[in-house]
Design a protein around this ligand. Structure first.
Ligand SMILES: CC(C)(COP(=O)(O)OP(=O)(O)OC[C@H]1O[C@@H](n2cnc3c(N)ncnc32)[C@H](O)[C@@H]1OP(=O)(O)O)[C@@H](O)C(=O)NCCC(=O)NCCS
Length: 182
């Protein structure tokens, strides 16, 4: 199945926010019930923060009038806090940001009926097709090896272990992907 993709930027964040929250609450229902890190309020304030960042972009997939999933992120600013929780030693230039070097994929989620249909990969590629950064980064929970494997199948590579410096944060793999336009 091929989803219809709509693109959103910060100026349209108010319009799309209720949809993003609704899909989050559905996709993460089990995690929301069991893990404070996944709470809807925390996600909602995170969404507000991300969507007001310069360069925030979001793609939402539709199957007819039904939302199937979405992805969003934004470029890392110079001296990004993103890398502050990195637990592995890497050369300084690997984590040096300019504001235009690295796009951070913050969220990618697909509603259950549209899993294993290629929709997730389509959303992923549609998001990056519009970006001009040289590379992208994301964090995947170490407790979700199948999701990590999925990203590796899409070309991502693990840089190292990372635990964000925020309360209740789990341990993540920090991953990197070279973007073709970079
Ligand atoms: C990640 C996602 C977009 C991938 O969609 P997809 O390409 O259709 O792939 P699948 O849903 O089949 O996921 C691949 C495997 O990862 C597993 N997986 C996906 N999300 C998972 C999660 N949050 N926790 C644990 N395992 C997960 C799936 O069960 C599947 O395993 P299987 O092959 O044994 O069935 C979709 O699974 C999803 O929305 N997951 C919930 C949100 C999420 O975890 N996003 C990624 C954050 S880094």
């Amino acid at each position: 199945m091929t989803a219809d993709i709509r693109h959103f930027t910060s100026t349209q964040a108010d319009e799309i926010r209720p949809t993003l929250l609704e899909v989050y609450a559905e996709v993460y229902a089990d995690d929301i019930a069991s893990d404070p890190f996944n709470g809807v309020e925390r996600f909602s304030s995170g969404l507000n923060g991300w969507s007001s960042r310069p360069g925030w972009t979001c793609v939402v997939g539709y199957d007819g009038d039904q939302v199937v999933g979405y992805a969003y992120g934004a470029p890392l600013p110079a001296n990004a806090r993103w890398w502050g929780g990195l637990l592995d030693e890497v050369p300084d230039d690997v984590v040096s940001e300019t504001g235009t070097r690295t796009y951070a994929l913050s969220e990618l989620m697909v509603r259950v009926p549209w899993r294993k249909t290629g929709t997730a990969h389509q959303l992923h590629d549609a998001l990056f097709a519009e970006q001009s950064e040289e590379r992208a980064t994301l964090l995947v929970r170490q407790s979700h090896p199948k999701v990590r494997a999925l990203y590796e199948a899409w070309g991502w590579k693990v840089l190292g272990d990372l635990r964000p410096r925020i309360p209740d944060a789990p341990l993540f793999h920090a991953m990197l992907l070279d973007l073709p336009q970079g």
